[in-house]
Write a protein that binds this ligand. Structure first.
Ligand code: 1CP
Length: 346
């Protein structure tokens, strides 16, 4: 299938583009009333994610409604622990919870390296249906959590400000932590490869909790495994988004991937200097900037585009869009990127 809009893929590979491509992390499941309408007919997130026709429908909504240059498959990073044998629940308004957590070597031994065509078939089916319905309009992004971020949930059992239970394992049982990370990494590699075979045009690895580690531990327990994942995926462009990992930007610049995501705390010019010219940068408007007036949103977006320049940039927020953001403000962000970045090249 020939893509009609492949801006984001060309930008990732460092090729020239007529304008800067734009999408938003968490564009599919948070802000659109059209999403909530579908979601409210079902028992909750998990049922929606496991119904491929509906998952495909909400994946495409932001392309139709917001005008973004890519779709991201509607799923969650926590489908991976479940596929490995550790099921999760989504508690309304509170987030994910694991009834069982990983505490011992016996627990790790019980986990399987998942076969995505079996345990994650519903995600792959959703990708296949989405690709068909998109009909080449925009590329489809596949994704997975970074092994360290998945490890955090499997050991902690839920979200947390500090993940101190998970971090305790890095000090008390480092070997066990590595054994678990090993199994998560192996599953993640086969899962991303399966997403690509099913039709994903690029993939992103979310290391949402990177910023809670000291630099030395980050290299040992997280970046090492991300590097393995990047090495294993050479068919499509790979984006690594490690939130809060400002201290590891130099090492990230050496990863065998195309794009590095920046959060909004990271200075753009400084990041470019540290990461070097060989990577595309993605980001990084402050998600809260979308609470501003229309003119403030447009102004902040233009400033961001000026700082990134006209090549090797994929416009995005510095983290997922917040649930109470008005979709009209997102449209202004998207429209400003499209118009202003085209004008800058003209
Ligand atoms: O655009 C999209 O929304 C696509 C689907 C998507 C993605 C890319 C969802 C659906 N989740 C994710 C990624 C994800 N999930 C991340 C990485 C990105 C990030 O940092 O934001 C993380 C950390 C999660 C884990 C997760 N799932 C949380 C955070 C918990 C915590 O520790 O604070 C929550 C609240 C969820 C639930 C979830 N995931 C997705 C949706 C639509 C929902 C809401 C569930 C519901 O409707 O009840």
């Amino acid at each position: 299938m020939q893509l009609k809009n492949d801006l984001i893929l060309r930008a990732a590979r460092g090729e020239k583009t007529e304008r800067t491509p734009v999408w938003l992390m968490r564009q599919a499941g948070r802000i659109l009333p059209e999403y909530r309408e579908i979601r409210n007919k079902l028992s909750g997130f998990i049922e929606l994610a496991q119904t491929p026709e509906l998952a495909a429908e909400v994946t495409i909504q932001p392309v139709d409604i917001l005008g973004v240059d890519a779709a991201i498959i509607f799923s969650d990073i926590l489908v991976v622990p479940e596929a490995m044998g550790l099921p999760y629940e989504m508690v309304e308004k509170r987030g994910p919870r694991f009834p069982e957590t990983i505490k011992s070597e016996a627990d790790v031994k019980k986990l399987r390296v998942a076969d995505p065509e079996e345990e994650l078939r519903y995600v792959l089916d959703a990708i296949r249906i989405t690709k068909k319905s998109l009909d080449g309009r925009v590329p489809l992004i596949g994704f997975a959590g970074a092994p360290f971020t998945i490890f955090c949930y499997m050991v902690e059992g839920s979200g947390s400000k500090t993940f101190s239970k998970a971090r305790k394992m890095l000090y008390k049982q480092p070997e066990l932590a590595h054994q678990l990370m090993r199994k998560i990494t192996d599953t993640t590699i086969t899962y991303l490869q399966a997403q690509i075979r099913a039709g994903a045009d690029m993939v992103q690895v979310f290391d949402s909790w990177a910023g809670i580690l000291p630099p030395g531990q980050y290299l040992e327990f997280s970046l090492k495994y991300i590097e393995e994942i990047c090495q294993a995926i050479r068919e499509v462009p790979v984006t690594v988004f490690a939130k809060g990992a400002f201290f590891a930007r130099e090492e990230m610049g050496r990863l065998p991937c195309e794009t590095i995501g920046l959060d909004w705390n990271m200075d753009i010019a400084e990041s470019r200097r540290i990461i070097g010219p060989g990577k595309t940068l993605q980001g990084n408007l402050d998600p809260c900037a979308l609470y501003g007036t229309d003119e403030q949103v447009a102004e902040a977006t233009r400033k961001m585009l000026d700082e990134f320049g006209t090549s090797r940039h994929i416009a995005n927020l510095g983290h997922g869009v917040y649930p109470d953001i008005d979709p009209e403000k997102v449209k202004i962000f998207v429209q400003t990127v499209k118009e202003y970045s085209a004008k800058k090249r003209g």
